[in-house]
Design a protein around this ligand. Structure first.
Ligand code: NAD
Length: 394
């Protein structure tokens, strides 16, 4: 059996261009298990459920609703995101695989109860191989509709046993990750007096800002929305700079909590101009523009906390719904992000490789180590029709 190759998710889109989107070639190259096209004409549901890998457990991943230009774009996005979930769950120590759903449509105009219930019925046909959750363009109400048709959904309304808004747990996990990065860099995870510049005061940034302030960090923040800044300044007394100036603030730690792709050679030159920056650790997804920038950070001696490791708090939290949600237990599990990142940082040191490569290795090694146990026959997987004798060929 071939293994999952450690490549960046942007490569999947490039490979799709080269291959002209030959789906089976892509599935083979990046080891996807299943891509399901879901269509329901009365609601105009057009959705793709992608399951990347289920070695560790059922594939859990969000339902993204987005006005994709065409179905090729939607398929590639579903594949890219599903594969990312495999790595995220594996490093987080969860018994979950990677999957994702994308729904082609405008979340402001095209949502309906029937649409999400139709999708729920398709999710149900997978018998638990895929478990749905919220993502960009979907909300708790949509998950409640999905839940009317299948038990294989998380992120439902709290009174029904759901885990609620994931942002506080994501922020708590990022906080733990920043502490782990400080310990690796300075020998102590005490953040007292450290200068932290934070980009983005939204759902995660607002909770993270409060935790960092409580821990004694000196905050400089920015956002494009004044009301979001006001909330953080009121809670923390942070210094504020204009969005375009956040890369020029002398700081020990940069915490990106807004957009992806914002650490690139140009911004890195500005972030490091003062010579003080030691750590990049925040909630944003796809922080690095590409893997070469990860190598550049390594060469400059700046510790980068890989995005999907440090921002896994939301996933860990929602996965707790599967065994009956308990907030205290979820928080204890999210706290482990400190240990997960420490393992990644130490492996990167031992092998002298960038941290984004070390986290891929942690994920791939875990999946590879668990895969052989599937050879053990448990006695539950067979039904009588499978015992009919067959004539072997050749
Ligand atoms: P959000 O939309 O609530 O917050 C993002 C904030 O960034 C907003 O306040 C927005 O105004 C601000 N922003 C946008 N462009 C900006 C710019 N150019 N400069 C400065 N600020 C800008 O989103 P969120 O839920 O807080 O998530 C933040 C990041 O963390 C995203 O990248 C998201 O994908 C990632 N993430 C979030 C969660 C979660 O649980 N919410 C989990 C994992 C990862």
């Amino acid at each position: 059996m071939s293994t999952i190759t450690p490549t960046s998710t942007t490569e999947i889109a490039q490979a799709a261009d080269v291959a002209g989107l030959e789906l089976f070639d892509l599935m083979n190259e990046y080891q996807y298990e299943q891509v399901v096209m879901c269509h329901e004409p009365y609601t105009n549901l057009r959705a793709i459920i992608c399951i990347h890998n289920t070695t560790l457990g059922p594939a859990l991943g969000g339902i993204r609703m987005w006005p994709y230009q065409n179905e090729r774009e939607a398929i590639v996005d579903a594949m890219r995101l599903a594969r990312g979930m495999t790595f995220k769950a594996a490093v987080a120590g969860l018994n979950l695989g990677g999957g994702k759903t994308v729904v082609i449509g405008d979340p402001r105009k095209d949502k309906s109860e029937a649409l999400f219930r139709a999708l729920g019925r398709f999710v149900d046909t997978l018998n638990g191989r895929y478990i749905a959750a919220e993502d960009v363009g979907t909300a708790t109400q949509d998950m409640d509709y999905v839940a009317m048709e299948t038990p294989y959904v998380t992120g439902i309304d709290s009174p029904d046993g759901g885990s609620g808004d994931p942002s506080p747990m994501t922020a708590f996990g990022v906080f733990q990750g920043i502490r782990a990065a400080a310990k690796k860099t300075y020998g102590t995870h005490n953040l007292d007096g450290l200068r932290i510049s934070m980009q983005g005061c939204g759902h995660v940034g607002s909770y993270l800002g409060a935790l960092l302030h409580e821990a004694g960090a000196k905050l400089t923040v920015t956002d494009i929305h004044q009301e979001n800044i006001d909330g953080v300044v009121e809670a923390t007394g942070a210094t504020v700079v204009a969005p375009e100036n956040i890369y020029d603030v002398p700081a020990d730690i940069f915490a990106p909590c807004a957009l992806g792709g914002i650490v690139n050679p140009e911004t890195l030159a500005r972030l490091t101009a003062s010579g003080d920056l030691k750590i990049i650790a925040g909630a944003a997804n796809n922080v690095l523009d590409n893997d070469q920038t990860g190598q550049l950070l390594h060469d400059k001696g700046i510790l980068y906390a890989p995005d999907y490791v440090i921002n896994a708090g939301g996933l860990i939290n929602v996965s707790e719904e599967l065994g009956g949600y308990n907030g205290d237990r979820a928080k204890k599990r999210v706290e482990k992000i400190y240990d997960n990142l420490t393992r990644v940082f130490d492996l990167a040191t031992d092998l002298n490789i960038p941290t984004h490569q070390a986290s891929e290795k942690v994920a791939l090694d875990r999946i590879a180590s668990v895969r052989p146990i599937a050879d053990v026959y448990t006695g539950r997987a067979r039904t009588s029709w499978q015992h009919k004798p067959i004539a072997l060929q050749g």
